[in-house]
Design a binder for this molecule. Structure first.
Ligand SMILES: Cc1ncc(COP(=O)(O)O)c(C=O)c1O
Length: 425
């Protein structure tokens, strides 16, 4: 298909896009095609208003915001949890906003990793975001377990994806806990959360999911799928802003557990200000908080989450699949002859919301794209990730971005850029 035909197809898709009105709700960097929503989502007008509202409350109420804010800051973490719950298929009390993704994983490991007799293995994978791996390994060390004996990785046959067969084969009777990503951060592979959760349980293991690349991008059913816990960041598809507080999910059937790490914000709300020296955990996911919630790093979510809720996760996913299809089809047609490989699974049920284009000169190409107004990101060794967000990316922008990628490689312009990766990409 020639270039104009791809642009025409993109225009046709835009014309029938039911979510096109949401684009104007976002601040889009001028003359830029922003395809890095899978790293940091753009600021929406409701998120901005919610943050300004919190600042106003700080200005006008001072400490009174804890009780008199709207909503009261004292309950904000739980309130955000309740707003997020439908997006991840959870009950309101099963989700809370707290800390960072990595710290929440530490908290959840301290609670759910319970080695017992021969069942001591913590199962992870070699393709997960490194911070998860660091948390897992350091946790094992802290507990006096030997990572060489207790840490198992599901092997990856192609360095991009995990196969269901290999996950099942790794889930031996010695696995106490598995921690896996629902969507892999590099290839964008979407795992079968329900199937893997059921398999883990059938073998007597617990399982927790990193939803950082899934929450707000693909519909999830954490409660019904029976996941034991999950954790994710709020700055990608959920629009909470740089360094936004993260979130976690704990299945209701675990509400009788006491969290591993205690802090006063995990207390029963009605007793927290009794200031007793004995810890009484809150009854839901709120118990997994520790210190004072980061109000200003949560406030934007009060605007962003209802916006996502209005658009609806089903419509978001439907458009996202059409957008990633366009990327993959254009990649196959135009970029493959230039040495690109699509590293993302093609089946709709097996891919998340971004597409990985692999190229030996990926670092240079990503730089060249940024220099001409397309913002992708680069993940070593060779992946240029393109992450459209259905709420603010148009199909025409996607087509233009792929055509620019074609141009920077065809023209050799990318060779003018350094091959070293950016420090912050
Ligand atoms: C899949 C995944 N897990 C964990 C993290 C770490 O998150 P945080 O820096 O919020 O701890 C990230 C960050 O991008 C991520 O993509």
């Amino acid at each position: 298909m020639d270039r104009r035909a791809w642009e025409e197809r993109a225009r046709t898709e835009d014309a029938k896009d039911p979510l096109s009105a949401y684009r104007s709700e976002f601040y889009r960097p001028l003359e830029t095609i922003y395809l890095d929503g899978n790293s940091l989502g753009l600021l929406s007008r409701p998120a901005e208003a919610a943050l300004l509202h919190a600042l106003d409350e700080w200005r006008c109420l001072g400490v009174g915001g804890w009780g008199g804010g709207d909503p009261a800051w004292f309950h904000l973490a739980e309130r955000i949890g309740a707003l997020e719950a439908p997006l991840v298929g959870a009950e309101p009390e099963e989700v809370v906003a707290a800390a960072s993704t990595t710290l929440n994983l530490h908290q959840l490991l301290s609670t759910f990793y319970r080695p017992d007799g021969a069942r001591r293995v913590l199962l992870c994978d070699p393709l997960n975001f490194p911070s998860d791996r660091y948390a897992i390994e350091s946790h094992l060390r802290l507990r006096g377990e030997d990572p060489a004996a207790c840490l198992r990785e599901v092997p990856s046959r192609d360095g991009r994806t995990l196969s269901a067969a290999d996950i099942l084969a790794s889930l031996g009777e010695d696995v106490a806990l598995a921690v896996l990503p629902a969507v892999l951060y590099r290839s964008g592979q979407l795992l079968d959360v329900r199937g893997v959760t059921e398999a883990a349980h059938a073998r007597g293991a617990l399982i927790g999911w990193d939803l950082s690349h899934a929450a707000g991008a693909v519909p999830l059913q954490l409660h019904d799928d029976g996941a034991d816990f999950a954790f994710w960041c709020n700055y990608k598809y959920l629009g909470g802003g740089p360094g936004a507080a993260a979130s976690l999910f704990v299945h209701r059937r675990h509400f009788d557990r006491t969290p591993g790490l205690w802090g006063w914000f995990g207390s029963r709300k009605d007793r927290q200000f009794d200031m007793l020296q004995t810890f009484e955990a809150a009854s839901g996911a709120g118990a997994y908080q520790t210190g004072t919630p980061h109000i200003l790093a949560m406030a934007p979510l009060l605007g962003a989450l209802p916006l996502i809720g209005r658009a609806g996760i089903t419509a978001i996913r439907e458009k996202s699949l059409r957008q990633t299809s366009l990327l993959i089809e254009m990649g196959d047609d135009l970029l493959r002859p230039l040495g690109f490989t699509v590293g993302t699974p093609r089946a709709a049920g097996q891919r998340g919301a971004h597409v990985a284009f692999e190229h030996p000169e990926g670092a240079r190409i990503a730089r060249a794209l940024k220099a001409c107004g397309v913002v992708p990101d680069f993940r070593p060794p060779d992946v240029v990730r393109l992450g459209p967000n259905p709420l603010y990316t148009s199909f025409s922008e996607i087509a233009r971005a792929v055509l620019r990628m074609l141009e920077v490689v065809e023209s050799g312009v990318y060779l003018r850029h350094a091959a070293e990766r950016d420090e912050i990409a």
